[in-house]
Design a protein around this ligand. Structure first.
Ligand code: NAD
Length: 516
């Protein structure tokens, strides 16, 4: 109770300090960019104060407008963790600097980060991770990697269904337009920041349509950037190499889930999750934050490392065209670390000279504004905002032709031949071509050793035609699918979902079963 009270009082004082920062005083200076600022929970208010103080000292032309998001908002009964009045400020400013927040335990609370990303169409997550050897301990002294992660699609659409007692499905949705946009962003980022190589990581040896399309788009968009080296890697070996030889990578672009994982790997192996910042970029909005959480274990003790949020602010200033001040802060931060002024999380007796509190660290950075590091490579910030001029309209691929349907059924039996016989005799309008179980063909002529669960994918096509005829195979109609479902329901089959099989011009828009 005592701890709770003192923490609460502390946070109030902190918040008061932040809101009284001279940034918020009415300043009649023109051309200041207004930024929505969320001080967050846990260590959030401490690192936000440090970051704002540094920006102010460096001469950043910004004007913060504070918003309440996070734990207190959740606990007041708002399951999204953000009030309408905060949305108004974000919508007005289109720019958000956010400290970490605490999501209360228990179901029903929605992730604020996911809500903000999706609501504001923040499609690109950009996370630079550079090692600061020898001043911050790392096994990889020469790494300098930027992960550009697609931020909205893939398995994160959150579309999940339990379909049988045994099987639950999560839909992986990948769009051509979204893939083209993130890949183009990665190339533009590389171009703007004088990076030499972009590596695309996918799993298209297995997911030939979703990841395969990402791969193809990478090749196509890459042709527009002849000066940049291109590389494609399968995500498993790519992630392994990134963890063991990160110095071989420059910019990495990938889908949402892979990006989520590898961007944490890169931050961790660079030395500390406390150091990395990240940008979430959309066409009209952008959000900048540290990658770590609210660290409740050290909150209110002036112990937190503010570098992650400072780096996020550096990215924000570059994004809004305040390149010079952004570079000044980045170099002052490097100089502070190089001078051995370290917070406890990165303190190392071999190179640290002073164990600094959060506020002492911020002061040390302020004192070094205008200075450059001498042992670490100084930051030379590229000018300007990245703008994607090309539109991302999906390419027209030719006629969309319905050629069959996969009907998924919940069937508790074990013998695929028995299910095959039942379906074959029931289906009057379409013919059963094959049945797969967990993707493996089990009918006709399956291997008796294949394990079968209660979830069967039954592929139907036009009678008397063969899908191997490719794009020239016969069309079917939606009415034929409805008639088929009727036929199956009439014999007591539990149909749990259908997926239509299309050709798009010459391109088959569905995968074949393993063994089909
Ligand atoms: P965490 O990142 O808060 O903490 C993990 C460990 O790292 C802790 O030991 C912490 O003390 C340390 N640490 C983190 N940031 C530090 C810093 N700047 N300086 C020094 N040490 C630092 O992760 P967690 O404990 O898993 O999560 C705590 C809370 O944060 C949870 O409520 C979680 O939901 C939330 N969270 C928020 C965000 C966000 O808002 N973007 C991201 C991740 C986690």
């Amino acid at each position: 109770m005592l701890l709770h009270l003192s923490l609460h009082v502390y946070l109030n004082i902190m918040e008061a300090n932040i809101t009284q920062s001279s940034f918020t005083k009415e300043q009649a200076v023109k051309n200041k960019t207004k930024v929505a600022v969320a001080a967050g929970d846990g260590i959030g208010p401490e690192i936000m104060k440090a970051t704002l103080d540094i920006m102010e000292a460096a001469g950043a032309a910004i004007e913060p407008e504070f918003i309440d998001v996070g734990e207190q908002v959740y606990l007041s009964g708002n399951t999204a963790g953000i009030e309408d009045k905060s949305w108004d400020v974000i919508n007005r400013n289109k720019l958000l600097l956010k400290a970490p927040i605490t999501t209360p335990q228990g179901s029903g609370y929605k992730s604020l980060n996911v809500t903000i990303r999706k609501s504001l169409n923040l499609y690109a997550n950009v996370r630079p991770c550079r090692s600061l050897h020898p001043f911050v301990k790392t096994l990889h002294p020469n790494m300098d990697v930027v992960v550009v992660r697609e931020n909205e699609e893939d398995l994160y659409a959150g579309i999940e269904h339990q379909q049988t007692p045994d099987v639950i499905q999560c839909l992986k949705l990948v769009t051509k337009s979204g893939s083209e946009r993130i890949i183009r962003y990665a190339f533009e980022y590389a171009k703007q920041n004088n990076r030499e190589k972009v590596t695309c990581m996918v799993k298209d040896n297995i997911m030939k349509h979703t990841d395969g399309m990402f791969h193809k788009v990478f090749n196509k968009v890459g042709e527009e950037y002849p000066e940049i080296k291109k590389e494609i890697q399968i995500i498993d070996i790519g992630a392994a190499r990134l963890a063991s030889r990160p110095e071989e990578y420059d910019v990495v672009v990938t889908l949402n889930l892979y990006g989520d994982i590898i961007s944490d790997i890169t931050a961790e192996i660079a030395g500390s999750v406390g150091l990395a910042g990240s940008a979430n970029i959309g066409s009209n909005y952008a959000m900048f934050e540290a990658i770590h959480g609210s660290a409740p274990d050290i909150a209110g003790q002036d112990l937190a490392n503010p570098s992650g949020l400072i780096n996020a602010a550096v990215m924000m200033l570059q994004h809004i065209g305040q390149t010079e001040v952004s570079e000044k802060i980045a170099n002052a931060l490097l100089k502070t670390l190089e001078d051995g002024i370290h917070t406890q999380d990165v303190f190392n007796p071999d190179f640290s000279r002073k164990k600094a509190t959060t506020s002492e660290f911020a002061q040390a950075v302020i004192e070094r504004i205008g200075k450059h590091p001498t042992r670490l490579k100084p930051v030379a910030m590229a000018e300007g905002e990245i703008r994607l001029d090309k539109s991302n309209e999906p390419e027209i691929l030719g006629e969309k032709k319905l050629v069959g349907v996969d009907v998924f059924v919940d069937w508790p039996g074990k013998d695929p031949e028995e299910l095959g016989r039942k379906l074959k005799s029931a289906a009057k309008t379409l013919q059963l071509k094959m049945i797969t179980n967990r993707g493996v063909k089990v009918y006709p002529n399956g291997n008796p050793e294949t394990f079968c669960t209660d979830h069967w994918r039954c592929r139907f096509i036009n009678k008397d035609v063969d899908l191997s005829n490719g794009p020239s195979c016969e069309k079917i109609s939606h009415k034929m699918i409805i008639a088929l479902l009727n036929d199956l329901v009439n014999i007591g089959i539990d149909t749990i979902k259908t997926e239509n099989l299309y050709y798009f011009g010459e391109e088959r828009g569905f995968s074949l079963g393993q063994g089909e």
